[in-house]
Design a protein around this ligand. Structure first.
Ligand code: 6CS
Ligand code: FE
Length: 296
């Protein structure tokens, strides 16, 4: 029997509801000292994200690029339900649960350069909530409209609080013009409820194009006006870490330059998933892990 957990962030309501100020910190206390210096940690707390130049060296980037090419061309991976293909082009867009498919990526999740940063921000032991590799091909790569990941993870996966952090590691150069991720600095301190009930098996559509769980334009206008917009750019090997409730999105990529990244989400073991707060059933394990065993 699951004990009912208080829903601090009601969303997917029939009628529009007002934004909710964030109750919890972005950087949790009690963490073991980690690789992030105090100035960067303070900036993360204020903005909701930080960047790491050259988290991976050139040789490591090359090894991961080969791994992604291997995965992408493996017919069994392509046919797997954990693989999302583009509607029109049928190109592989994302491979979920990739830390369980690729040993190389499993090692990266447990690498102190990654794991100790996540533990430091979340102030606890952590586990992988979700992993994916994203391929945004040149010319046809589709972006994602503005959204908060936490809104989906709360509504559909039963994530109680904003105590998760994502890391996106660039495996190609991220330019301003090839679909780089945009974020609103400081918007992580506001929860924007979304209207509209979650359809059954929503993930089958939302992972290609999200229509439910999308903030209203008025809320986005207010946030962008108050906080502005920054864009993550950087060479292959650089990384972006961002709070679960960061407001982010990306444009399409009409340039010849592809944009590929490895994306992993770390959740605190003290923020384990419960029942979905606004969906009739939990999403599959390959999108939202229910193995809360601490990493490392
Ligand atoms: O629904 C999810 O879990 C995924 N959707 C998006 C657009 N970003 C975060 C996450 O990978
Ligand atoms: Fe997202």
């Amino acid at each position: 029997m699951t004990i009912a957990v208080e829903d601090r962030y009601p969303t997917r309501t029939a009628a529009p509801t007002a934004p909710i100020p964030r109750a919890e910190p972005a950087v949790w206390s009690g963490s073991p000292r980690g690789p992030i210096d105090d100035t960067t940690l303070d900036s993360y707390d204020a903005k909701g994200f930080l960047t790491v130049d050259q988290l991976l060296g050139p040789k490591e980037v090359a090894a991961f690029q080969s791994e992604l090419a291997r995965l992408r061309s493996d017919e069994s991976v392509r046919a797997d339900e954990r693989t999302v293909v583009e509607k029109q082009s049928q190109d592989v867009r994302s491979i979920f649960d990739v830390h369980r498919i690729s040993g190389l990526i499993a090692e990266l999740a447990a690498d102190p350069r990654v794991l100790d940063r996540a533990r430091q921000i979340l102030g606890s032991e952590v586990y992988v909530h979700q992993s994916r590799v994203n391929f945004m091909p040149g010319f046809t790569g589709k972006g994602f409209y503005w959204h908060s990941d936490f809104e989906t993870w709360h509504a559909e996966d039963g994530m109680p609080l904003m105590r998760a952090v994502s890391i996106s590691i660039a495996l190609t150069d991220n330019y301003p013009f090839n679909g780089g991720l945009m974020l609103m600095p400081g918007a992580h301190r506001t929860f924007v409820p979304c209207t509209g009930a979650t359809p059954s098996d929503h993930y089958k559509e939302s992972l290609k194009e999200q229509e439910i769980g999308v903030p209203a334009q008025a809320a986005l206008t207010d946030l962008a006006t108050r906080h502005g917009i920054e864009q993550f750019t950087g060479e292959a090997g650089s990384a972006l870490m961002f709070d679960s409730n960061s407001m982010h999105g990306s444009g399409s990529n009409i340039t010849p330059f592809p944009r590929s990244n490895i994306f992993m989400v770390f959740n605190s073991v003290d923020n384990a998933l419960t029942d979905p707060f606004a969906a009739d059933s939990p999403r599959p394990e390959f999108i939202a892990s229910r193995d809360f065993t601490p990493l490392g």
